[in-house]
Design a protein around this ligand. Structure first.
Ligand SMILES: [Zn+2]
Length: 245
């Protein structure tokens, strides 16, 4: 049997995870894509299990932890901002040199010149003739948004129900379920000859083993916890209600 071999393809807008043993035209078969801005994996090619899926998911997790900062491409050393949402609007005017423009824009939006330059390159790559490139002024609207894990979850599963008691901020990262979780807890039980009786308070923390009651996804309780998730859901519901008024 041919073994799947993962190829991590760093592209302009994100990472493509490819299977080196399967061709798709000129390139390798794409298994999944991770955009640098949303950091939400897209377009899983087929139901994958096992080591390749694990390797991809671990790689994605590591990059998601960098949200709001930068990711350094290990092959080329290129620095890419990750976890930012960017909206751009383009118009041409004047003849300010590119460098000044970049530095001023970076100051205005409180981001680094490298970040502005990178976005400028991404935006103009296919649209601006080389000769004009240094003398174009763009009106770029940067929204510097640090995407939290809770925001990412809500984007992935927008219909998540609220929880306000024991399961506050908990959800399955795989299927979005918030019904119930099987968590390994410790407690002190009364033990009799015919079995166990009452027990004291249960104890568990982020390192406790946790399984989704819905899909069986396994991890630690920390993997299932998204700080601020229920505050976000509540805020969204409020704004929906306000819209309805
Ligand atoms: Zn699940």
């Amino acid at each position: 049997m041919k073994r799947e071999t993962l190829y991590i393809d760093h592209m302009e807008g994100g990472i493509a995870y490819r299977d080196q043993n399967r061709k798709d035209g000129e390139t390798y078969k794409r298994l999944c894509t991770l955009p640098y801005d949303t950091l939400i994996p897209e377009g899983w090619a087929y139901k994958m299990t096992g080591s390749v899926r694990n390797a991809i998911e671990n790689h994605i997790k590591a990059i998601q932890l960098l949200a709001g900062g930068t990711y350094v491409n290990p092959t080329t050393g290129t620095v890419v901002p990750v976890g930012y949402w960017l909206s751009t609007r383009l118009h041409m005017e004047g003849d300010s040199p590119l460098r000044t423009w970049i530095i001023n824009l970076a100051k205005t939006y409180g981001v680094t010149p490298e970040y502005v330059f990178l976005q400028w390159k991404l935006y103009t790559r296919d649209q601006v003739p080389e000769s004009n490139a240094d003398y174009m002024v763009f009106d770029l609207k940067f929204r510097r948004v640090h995407v939290t894990p809770a925001e990412r979850m809500l984007k992935k599963f927008p219909d998540m129900p609220p929880r306000e008691n024991c399961l506050t901020d908990m959800a399955c990262p795989e299927c979005g379920s918030r019904d119930y979780f099987k968590i390994t807890m410790s407690s002190v039980f009364e033990m009799f000859d015919d079995g166990t009786g009452d027990h004291e308070d249960t104890e568990w923390d982020g390192t406790s083993a946790c399984t989704c009651g819905e899909c069986g996804h396994e991890g630690t309780a920390a993997d299932f916890t998204f700080e601020g998730l229920d505050e976000l859901i509540e805020a969204n519901q409020k704004s929906d209600e306000d819209k309805d008024k």
